[in-house]
Design a protein around this ligand. Structure first.
Ligand code: GLN
Length: 487
């Protein structure tokens, strides 16, 4: 018999509408599943059990309201979204006791649409990382193999969905942090266009890249979640002032209506044999179904990792300057003087990766080096944008691997940051460009680890991107459920 926690968002919504079960029953089922699997996965930093149950009972009392897109649906949010009544830590010791006095626009809109937020999920400190191992509160485990990373930085979000704790989650993607953990855990992840979703109330990392987006078990579910949060917000001036289309009810696309561009630089890259095998098979299935696959060129892509890490670190060093022990969070007790208050607070409050980024960012912005590094990187960003724009004139979407390797064993790269940076090659160019991307599970390798592929689209093309994702989903093998020991 299907358990309530096994249902996806659309199925939960349908069941609630038909009164097959109540919001409280659904919430209790997900909370039970979460509690049972959490010792194995460790996806959450805070479980909001009381708040969730109270909201659930309240929704049941008032009755279903079909104008609310997420009525009664249990979700998690990454711990970079400010939410009242629970700490917002961003995975950092610096913010371990930080209670926000306001809520992120995303959280506010989710609640207004009737969603129930069950937990805040683990992430790399300030969303800097690709494995969730840089969380000050310990790593999250991959639901498919608990000795492996879930990806990052939204690793807790991906693990909570892939581990069937909740049917949907919100994360953020600055350089791949929604798409890569979605691929490594075997769920769907959507990075919206920069400017589609408000950044208000999200702990900032790289403000010209950061974008919040959903993770779920189907592309259609991601569309529903995006629908609830997208659109202008008086608190974020970078939002595009354009109408939000219907992401939920789009005309289904036929496979032969789609032309996908395959960037030569990614498909010819050194892919792990299991990744190559799954993606070859996935590509064959597309060709057989009548999709038109063409090869495209992104000539400047080899500079993307360097450009991104210069620009994102520069923005991070500026954004993280506020954690000085005076205004927010952790403060070094009994400092000798003001300088010692600053330095000791930051040495103790911030982990090694955040400190590395701050140092790198401060260096590339410093006088004499600004022209050589920051400005150059900004120019390279333009070249990469031009490359992607040109490739997208020849096809509807680009299709690319997400990660060259499947989920790796915990600890493998902890002392090798450069290798991990380079592994972002196939995700971060999209953030330099600004368009939307959708990561979809392409299959399981012989090692029983999921492999994902992603679509990239022109800015504001999410509606057709989701339709295209549904085509891939219908052609690619559906992943089984990962076996997780429950207590
Ligand atoms: N891995 C990338 C980084 O460390 C991306 C992180 C993200 O998207 N938040 O910067």
């Amino acid at each position: 018999m299907t358990q309530l926690w096994q249902l996806n968002l659309a199925q939960c919504s349908e069941g609630l509408k038909n009164k097959d079960f109540s919001v409280t029953e659904l919430t209790e089922a997900c909370l039970k599943r979460l509690t049972e699997t959490e010792p194995a996965i460790k996806s959450c930093l805070a479980v909001l059990e009381d708040q969730a149950l109270e909201t659930a009972r309240d929704l049941d009392r008032r009755g279903n309201d079909s104008s609310r897109l997420l009525w009664g649906l249990p979700l998690t949010v990454k711990d970079v979204f400010c939410l009242k009544g629970a700490p917002t830590t961003a995975g950092s010791r610096q913010l371990s006791d930080y209670y926000s006095v306001f809520e992120a626009t995303v959280v506010r809109r989710l609640k207004a649409h009737g969603a129930i937020i069950l937990a805040k999920t683990n992430c790399d400190e300030f969303a800097m990382g690709s494995s969730t191992e840089f969380s000050a509160f310990g790593p999250t485990r991959n639901p498919w193999d608990r000795q492996r990373v879930p990806g990052g930085s939204s690793g807790g979000a991906a693990a909570s969905v892939a581990g069937f704790q909740v049917p949907g989650a919100f994360g953020t993607d600055t350089g791949g942090s929604i798409r890569q953990p979605a691929a490594l855990c075997g769920c769907v992840g959507l990075k919206p266009t920069y400017g589609r979703v408000s950044r208000y109330g999200i702990i900032a990392y790289g403000s010209s890249f950061d974008q919040a987006g959903p993770l779920a078990r189907t592309a259609a579910d991601c569309g529903r979640l995006l629908q609830a949060v997208a659109g202008p917000d008086a608190y974020d001036a970078t939002l595009a002032d354009c109408p939000v289309p219907d992401f939920v009810n789009q005309r289904p696309l036929k496979p032969n209506e789609l032309t996908l561009g395959l960037p030569r630089q990614f498909w010819n890259a050194d892919l792990h044999p299991q990744v190559a095998k799954v993606l070859d098979e996935a590509r064959n299935l597309l060709t057989k179904a009548g999709l038109n696959l063409i090869e495209v060129d992104l000539p400047n892509i080899k500079y993307a990792v360097a450009a991104y890490y210069i620009l994102a670190s520069a923005e991070a060093s500026t954004n993280l300057a506020r954690y000085d022990g005076v205004r927010y969070g952790f403060r070094q007790p009994d400092p000798g003087d003001l300088m010692e208050l600053y330095t000791k607070t930051r040495q103790t409050g911030l982990g090694p990766e955040a400190r590395r980024r701050i140092l790198l960012g401060t260096f590339v912005l410093s006088s004499g080096y600004y022209e050589a590094y920051y400005r150059k990187a900004a120019q390279v960003r333009r070249l990469i944008k031009n490359d992607i724009e040109a490739a997208l004139t020849r096809c509807h979407f680009l299709l690319a691997p997400v990660s060259a390797i499947p989920a790796w064993p915990l600890g493998s790269f902890l002392d090798d940051p450069l290798t991990v940076y380079q592994m972002d090659l196939m995700t971060l160019p999209l953030n330099l460009y600004g368009g939307p991307g959708l990561s979809v599970p392409a299959g399981l390798g012989d090692d029983n680890l999921p492999v994902g592929a992603q679509l990239w689209g022109k800015p504001m093309s999410e509606a057709s991107l989701i339709s295209a994702g549904r085509v891939l989903e219908s052609l690619w093998p559906k992943l089984p459920e990962p076996q997780i020991p429950v207590i």
